[in-house]
Design a protein around this ligand. Structure first.
Ligand SMILES: Nc1nc2c(ncn2[C@@H]2O[C@H](COP(=O)(O)OP(=O)(O)OP(=O)(O)O)[C@@H](O)[C@H]2O)c(=O)[nH]1
Ligand SMILES: [Mg+2]
Length: 667
């Protein structure tokens, strides 16, 4: 160390702890500037930038190294964690399962903690046994067959896990794209982790643009070493595997430079099953693909852990500094001009401003038209699907389970009622399955919504470009600095859409989750009581349930004098005919609910764009006022901005050296 050249303060790096303290200092200094700037610009310190920086420092200072398993719901995250631990610890199920973020830590004695508050908020945990924890973390269907909400936001399980020796923590998260609430909790945890294992299901891996959205989010948080696990690889047919591998590597290649050590094709379930056997069958374990992943992970933990602990936040800091420079540059640009000049630019820019507003209006119209069209097409699509189903209802009868005669002991009327209820339940389960395939299958709603998304992109992207270009032009004239508008900035605006597109809500519902209950719900409280998550909140279940209940009633009356085989036949016919009859209404209701969700998303987007423009004009007007009030205040502001810019430059210089050193020394 002593032979390091003197000069910048990072030159002699010292021990890991010294380096970490040095980086934390850089963070603190940057946060001071962010706070001051926020006070100056918005009048409220402590918003976005400074909060992110504070969070990053907390993560940096934490002694443990956190690796989070992150990805879509039901992609097999919990199964993978179990496979890595070599035991069946966390709950794994076909339906959305993990209720909240679970941190796994090594300790000799098993125990667990449950937290009701966000990490870092100081709330005391509830101390529980591991068994109690595991019951709490498993999403349960409540009395109405809806996934219950957990009171807990996160928890810790301690146990003798050799993998996690040396202060490594493995984190299982609630899946994305399932419930907004659970997703929010998962995303809030992300800035607090040092590394990420991104799990995607092999069937339709990286399929949605929101995968891209989450991956960008990870990049923005400074994650440059993501482990990609393409899971459930056993479900891919042998002859298709190479294609899937190639495609996944191509996509992952956009986010990592070390494809060989960062992308893995795994069957977590096979790995777990192999490891639960005694002795472990080596061939099965090897075929599951888990070993190369583990080797890469352990190499990473051995050689790169300390480097990443420092480099990840350093990367994030670089990005934050760039943003801060940008804000300072814009503000300073305005202050260096005279009030008259600025006013003149604002006035001269009147045409531009009008064009910007016109552009906004145009975007609004495109969005509104798209939302309306999508609603109409969706109604047609759902109606068509249901109509096409009905001729097949007759075939479903072939698979009906035997009636449970033990339940048929009461008087004749009640007996028929019970029998029909059983037939209805079975038909309902089948219908639910068909709806599920429609909602999830490549040919069904996802394909429909993809085509709608593509249509929207095609019609709206040019307008978004125009709008952003014009706005930046105006900003350039007012401040002397402008952001370059590139394709990804504009596309980023549309990314959020996928979260709001209701087919995902629909596709979340699993066949077993809600069906049997629906008729009961309707009978007891009307369609309104079916409010809740997923399909049910969209009304599809209760509307599809309507014919079922009617059918039970109709057959119940005629059924007094018919024999059992006729009863089934009659029930099925009734079921099919009422289902067809209700198709338009079911489709209309469902589409109306989807349209509402999309309209909310569109309104949010419009509001955001209007906000960009509004803030630029308001900032300019505020600066003009300051400049008019006398040069003193403006001059003071300018000096302050210069001071901050100077500080940031110095920090940036230190940071560059720091990063280089860490890279060199730890290689
Ligand atoms: N065939 C196959 N099935 C798998 C594999 N991994 C997981 N599964 C199954 O996929 C389903 C979901 O697994 P989980 O581990 O609960 O998925 P998760 O990502 O934790 O789901 P959430 O907690 O809901 O986000 C379960 O039925 C697993 O048995 C795999 O590699 N192959
Ligand atoms: Mg899980």
């Amino acid at each position: 160390m002593s032979d390091q050249p003197a000069g910048r303060r990072t030159a002699g790096l010292g021990s890991f702890d010294e380096r970490r303290a040095r980086l934390a200092e850089m963070f603190e200094a940057t946060r001071e500037i962010a706070l001051a700037l926020e006070r100056e610009v918005t009048g409220v310190p402590g918003t976005r930038h400074s909060a992110r920086l504070a969070e990053a420092v907390r993560t940096l200072r934490r002694e443990s190294f956190r690796i989070m398993v992150f990805g879509d719901f039901s992609s097999g995250k919990s199964t993978l964690v179990n496979a890595l631990l070599g035991q069946e610890l966390l709950p794994m199920k076909e339906n959305p399962t993990t209720a909240f973020t679970t941190v796994l830590r090594h300790a000799d004695q098993p125990r667990a903690e449950l937290y009701e508050d966000q990490v870092g908020s100081g709330g005391e945990p509830r101390q529980v046994s591991v068994g109690e924890f595991l019951r709490a973390v498993e999403l349960e269907l409540d009395d109405d067959d809806l996934p219950g909400e957990s009171p807990y936001l996160w928890g810790v399980v301690y146990g003798p896990y050799p993998l996690l020796r040396g202060s490594v923590e493995l984190i299982d998260s609630a899946g994305t794209n399932e419930s907004r609430r659970r997703e929010k909790v998962t995303l809030a945890f992300l800035p607090q982790v040092d590394a990420v294992i991104f799990v995607t299901p092999a069937r339709g891996a990286f399929k949605d643009r929101d995968q891209d959205h989450y991956l960008r989010m990870l990049q923005d948080l400074g994650h440059q070493e993501i482990f990609f696990v393409v899971n459930q690889f056993d479900l891919i047919r042998e002859r298709e595997r190479e294609d899937v591998r190639r495609r996944c590597r191509r996509i992952a290649g956009q986010y990592t430079r070390r494809l060989d050590r960062r992308v893995f094709f795994v069957s977590a379930l096979d790995a777990l099953e192999a490891r639960l056997q005694d002795p472990v069958p080596p061939a099965a374990e090897w075929d599951s693909g888990i070993r190369p992943l583990e080797e890469a992970l352990s190499e990473f933990l051995m050689h790169d852990k300390a480097r990443i602990k420092l480099l990840r936040p350093a990367e994030l800091l670089v990005r934050e500094i760039v943003q801060l420079h940008r804000s300072i540059g814009g503000r300073r640009g305005m202050l260096t001009r005279s009030a008259d000049e600025l006013q003149e630019s604002l006035d001269a820019g009147r045409d531009k401003r009008e064009n910007i507003l016109k552009g906004l209006e145009l975007i609004r119209r495109v969005l509104d038209t798209w939302v309306e069209e999508t609603g109409q097409l969706l109604a047609t699509e759902v109606e068509r699907f249901i109509r096409e189903l009905t001729p097949r209802v007759g075939e479903w009868a072939d698979d009906l389970p035997k009636l449970d005669v033990r339940l048929l002991r009461r008087d004749r009327m009640a007996r028929y009622g019970d029998a029909i209820q059983q037939i209805d339940d079975a038909l309902n389960r089948r219908l639910q399955l068909e709806l599920h395939v429609f909602a999830e299958g490549e040919e069904g709603l996802p394909a429909f919504m993809h085509s709608r998304e593509a249509a929207l992109e095609q019609s709206i992207l040019p307008h978004l470009h125009d709008f952003a270009d014009r706005l930046e032009e105006l900003r350039g004239e007012l401040t002397g600095t402008r952001d370059l508008v590139d394709e990804s900035t504009v596309r980023q605006l549309l990314h959020d859409m996928s979260v709001h597109v209701p087919f995902r809500v629909l596709s979340r519902t699993s066949p077993a989750a809600s069906w049997t209950n629906a008729a009961g719900v309707l009978a007891v409280g009307g369609a309104g009581t079916a409010a809740g998550a997923g399909l049910i909140s969209l009304g599809l279940v209760s509307w599809v349930a309507a014919p079922v209940v009617l059918s039970a009633g109709a057959v119940y009356l005629v059924g007094r004098r018919i024999v059992k085989s006729r009863l089934v036949e009659q029930a099925v016919t009734e079921y099919a005919s009422v289902l067809t009859g209700s198709a338009p209404e079911i489709a209309r209701q469902y589409a109306a609910e989807c349209t509402e969700g999309l309209a909310r998303w569109a309104a949010g987007l419009e509001q955001e764009l209007a906000g960009w423009y509004g803030r630029l004009v308001a900032d300019t007007e505020e600066t003009i006022r300051k400049l008019r009030d006398g040069r003193d205040e403006a001059e003071r502001d300018r000096r302050a901005l210069d001071g901050w810019a100077g500080h940031l430059n110095a920090i940036e210089g230190d940071l560059t050296d720091f990063k280089q050193h860490v890279l060199d020394e730890m290689r």
